[in-house]
Design a protein around this ligand. Structure first.
Ligand code: ING
Ligand code: ZN
Length: 305
């Protein structure tokens, strides 16, 4: 089964869709599965596109939740596709209904729609938002723009750089929208997952220092469980550890902020497979299916804690 030919069955798109297609898909899904799928905007991007969160839930209040975002970085196309796959898997596969019986899911499939569209229309390797603060170079690295240890390491103060942290923390409407949503729901959200590409890394805080967080043992254990479940599907291997230790130090990331400031217990950046930056479209379903196995492990942790 490891050498299966992935035909993109049971995934919403067998290609990398435009933002409009994502919007249409989400609205149709919420109409078709109105008892479990709710779609709402958590704010607008710099250019005015709605940023959507998809809630998958069976009703009732005071349930713990898993939160997943994707597309903080424009060019990392496999991330929105993997989030959309998870939405599809939860909403349309009856065998998965147990996953939202006791746990709610919040999924933002594309946090940076302006950048995402720009990578489709103008420049494939754009990373940042598309805001313009008066400089000749537009855009801020949304994953350097969060207000925790902002600009202390691994970020640039020059607007023309890919890792430009922005004129101030939370300068971007996209990061503001994510901040406000997480703060409003921080009681419920027990796990924060942010999808990037690439490299097969399951990264936990800290990104700003090589010191390890106090809860590193549990971050590591749940991370290893998730990596193992993921690999059991098609053999894809991930490495688990702190982002500074495994990759490089970089402050102002969403994962550090989610844990340190929002107080969400577990926080991970998942670097999906790829290479400059994405798998070929015929692997979208494969990445979607295997990554979903990891999501189930995080759901199980939330359900049983
Ligand atoms: N990588 C992440 C980045 O923002 C990262 C890696 C995550 C660094 C969390 C620090 C903290 O640079 C990608 N691919 O964007
Ligand atoms: Zn990224």
């Amino acid at each position: 089964r490891r050498s299966a030919n992935f035909t993109n069955e049971r995934t919403p798109f067998g290609y990398y869709p435009r933002y409009q297609e994502i919007e249409t898909y989400l609205h149709e899904l919420s109409e078709k599965y109105r008892n479990i799928v709710t779609v709402f905007s958590i704010g607008n991007s710099f250019e005015g596109r709605p940023i959507y969160v998809v809630k998958i839930a069976s009703g009732g209040s005071n349930k713990p939740a898993v939160f997943i975002d994707a597309g903080i970085h424009a060019r990392e196309w496999i991330a929105p596709s993997t989030a959309l796959h998870a939405i599809h898997e939860l909403a349309t596969n009856k065998n998965n209904s147990y996953l939202y019986e006791n746990v709610d899911w919040y999924i933002v499939p594309c946090l940076n729609p302006d950048g995402y569209e720009y990578t489709h229309t103008d420049y494939r390797f754009w990373r940042k938002t598309r805001s313009n603060s008066g400089s000749r170079c537009p855009g801020t690295d949304a994953n350097r723009n969060f207000d925790y240890k902002w600009m202390t390491i691994g970020a640039s103060s020059s607007p023309c750089e890919d890792t430009y942290a922005g004129p101030k923390p939370f300068s971007e409407p996209e990061t503001q929208a994510l901040r406000d949503f997480l703060l409003a729901n921080k009681q419920a959200i027990k796990v924060y997952l942010t999808l990037h590409s690439y490299g097969n890394w399951l990264l936990h805080p800290w990104g700003w220092t090589d010191k390890l967080p106090e809860n590193e043992p549990i971050l590591r254990k749940v991370g290893l469980d998730a990596a193992e479940a993921l690999s059991s599907k098609y053999g894809t291997r991930y490495t688990v550890g702190s982002s500074t230790v495994l990759l490089y130090a970089a402050a102002g990331g969403s994962d550090d902020w989610a844990m340190a400031v929002a107080g969400i217990e577990l926080s991970y950046t998942i670097e999906l497979p790829g290479g400059r930056f994405d798998p070929l479209p015929n692997n979208i379903a494969k990445v979607g299916h295997e990554t979903f196995e990891a999501f189930v492990v995080f759901q199980t942790y939330v359900e049983n804690k």
